[in-house]
Design a protein around this ligand. Structure first.
Ligand SMILES: Cc1ncc(COP(=O)(O)O)c(C=O)c1O
Length: 379
């Protein structure tokens, strides 16, 4: 596969900044920033905001997000956050009584708290798959996925170090058990291929502001057709049938818009948010997810090799997402190391004792060298 040339020129990242922290916050590309300003301009001149602005941009954005999930645009709801999506799922999932909810150790809290709450309400327990010493999450999860489980709530990679979960055998096992699979793909959608046709999840969430290079305050929520007749967690006007007819808004109706639109959050059609997200997903569509994955795999491979040569360890490449590199080893004082990295304008995240390095297409070989040079200088 052809790798994508460096795309730094599309971003506003000064040469002296080595930003290796997309898993924390994706930067707005220049085009995304301009789109944000164009969206804000509408608010400055509200007479330019048309009725259509409440509907068409959201529909356009969903049509750009749909290929990332391999679903129809109708299956996507626009929500403000992953936690909102998880609350939606918790409200609507139909679970077998007396069983447990399966998650993995150290999973991101927005994909935990909703399930703890649900478990409390439905007298269920949490089953937490412990971090496997050999890094093989898939096998560790499968070992605990049995008749005692009511649902599994998982990611595709561990957010702290990129540890990979092979969703296919897990989804097969969930299907055998007749239980729903719920996924938080915030740390993988847009950089790893995914398909709801293959994985058949009940709900999928993905925040827009990291690997999807979009705005903060937006998350894509996939809802499988099986759950598209459920209850939203808020009741707003725009999700009701015929809301397009503003003159008839107080002809109140029990009917919702079709598909997952009943779950769109109130005020999801913010012109600022939608313009930015449309610009961001258009770029991702142009690059192609498989090409992004292959290119980022090469970038993390180079950094992995250099880091190993100075005494760091990592999750083996085969057990890791292509875009996140978790490094262990090096100095114990992580706070001091973080300060040194920041002072040198090298940006990554420390999660536990792991250094999480997460490049995107704007990162250059020079960024990698600067990282390694700082790591080598601190013992
Ligand atoms: C895996 C994962 N899920 C979700 C989020 C964000 O959650 P929320 O949208 O609820 O703020 C993050 C942010 O770091 C994350 O890493």
């Amino acid at each position: 596969m052809n790798l994508i040339d460096n795309q730094r020129h599309l971003f506003d990242i000064p040469d002296e900044v080595a930003y290796l922290n997309c898993a924390y916050m994706g930067p707005a590309a220049k085009a995304v920033h301009l789109a944000t300003l164009a969206g804000a301009q509408k608010k400055r001149h509200p007479w330019t905001v048309t009725g259509d602005d409440f509907y068409s941009p959201a529909a356009h954005l969903k049509s750009l997000a749909a290929p990332l999930f391999d679903c129809s645009a109708d299956d996507i709801a626009l929500t403000p956050s992953v936690s909102y999506g998880a609350a939606l799922a918790a409200r609507n999932l139909r679970l077998k009584a007396g069983r447990n909810i399966l998650v993995i150790e150290g999973q991101f809290p927005s994909n935990i708290y909703a399930w703890q709450q649900l478990a409390g309400e439905q007298m269920m327990r949490m089953t937490t798959v412990r971090r496997p010493l050999d890094g093989r999450w898939t096998e560790a999860i499968l070992a605990q996925l049995d008749e005692r489980i009511a649902m599994a709530a998982l990611p595709q990679v561990h957010w702290a170090d990129g540890g990979l979960i092979d969703l296919e055998p897990i989804s097969d096992r969930c299907a055998e058990l007749g239980i729903p699979l719920v996924l938080d793909l915030t740390q993988s959608l847009g950089v790893m291929s995914f398909s709801v046709q293959r994985i058949r999840p009940a709900f999928v969430f993905s925040a827009a502001y990291k690997w999807l290079l979009g705005p903060y305050g937006l998350s894509y929520t996939y809802v499988s057709p099986e759950y598209q007749d459920g209850q939203p967690i808020e009741y707003n006007w725009i999700n009701r049938r015929d809301s397009e007819n503003f003159a008839g808004l107080v002809d109140y109706t029990d009917q919702f818009q079709p598909g997952a639109r009943r779950y769109d959050s109130g005020q999801h059609s913010s012109t600022v948010t939608l313009s930015a997200a449309i610009a961001a997903l258009s770029m991702i569509q142009e690059w192609g997810v498989d090409q992004i994955a292959a290119t980022l795999a090469e970038k993390t491979r180079q950094i992995r090799e250099m880091a190993h040569s100075i005494g760091y360890q990592s999750v083996p490449e085969a057990l890791s997402g292509p875009h996140i590199l978790g490094l262990t080893g090096g100095p114990e004082d992580r706070a001091a190391l973080s300060r040194k990295l920041a002072a040198e304008n090298v940006w990554l995240s420390v999660r536990g004792s792991t250094l999480r390095i997460s490049p995107h297409l704007y990162n250059t070989g020079k960024d990698a060298e600067r990282l390694i040079s700082v790591l080598s200088s601190v013992t």
